[in-house]
Design a protein around this ligand. Structure first.
Ligand SMILES: [Zn+2]
Length: 153
């Protein structure tokens, strides 16, 4: 899937409400691998399908590879099922919005459910950078960008 190309604002695909993934096949696995390749090359820590022009509910994340530990994850049809009252502010960048960061306040801890590439349900709880990242990427699947939030102090 080396034909995947990063999309940048104001590409309308970045504002699409993405469709649920219903077929868990080799094509989906190839898409996920291609998305990870684009993410590592960018270089970034998270990438959602609309950022490569595909309006489907899938994103990839590797929160730690820049520190030397490669830990790729694929989230299909992710849903946030719980979040903390405690809020954390992080300066977020987006591969689709070059040379810009925005300070976004989000729940400091979130629990997600999703499907893996085999269609098997998964769940996990995320804190710190990973919590902000999964929320940022999940937002992409509803056409929401980090620059849509009011700048946090
Ligand atoms: Zn982004």
């Amino acid at each position: 899937m080396t034909d995947l190309q990063l999309r940048f604002v104001p590409d309308p695909v970045l504002r699409a409400v993405c469709a649920p993934v219903t077929v868990f096949d080799a094509k989906l696995a190839a898409l996920a691998k291609g998305m990870l390749d684009v993410m590592y090359a960018a270089p970034g820590r998270g990438l959602a399908a609309p950022q490569v022009g595909i309006a489907e509910r899938i994103f990839v994340m590797d929160a730690t590879w820049k520190e030397g530990t490669t830990d790729p994850h694929v989230f299909v049809n992710p849903e946030m099922v719980a979040c903390s009252d405690q809020v954390a502010v992080l300066s977020e960048g987006c591969l689709s919005i070059p040379d810009q960061t925005s300070r976004v306040a989000r729940p400091a801890q979130v629990t997600l459910r999703w499907h893996d590439l085999n269609g098997t349900p998964q769940a996990g709880t995320f804190i710190g950078f990973a919590a902000a990242c999964v929320q940022h990427e999940r937002d992409h699947l509803d056409g929401i960008l980090c620059t849509d939030y009011p700048e946090a102090p």
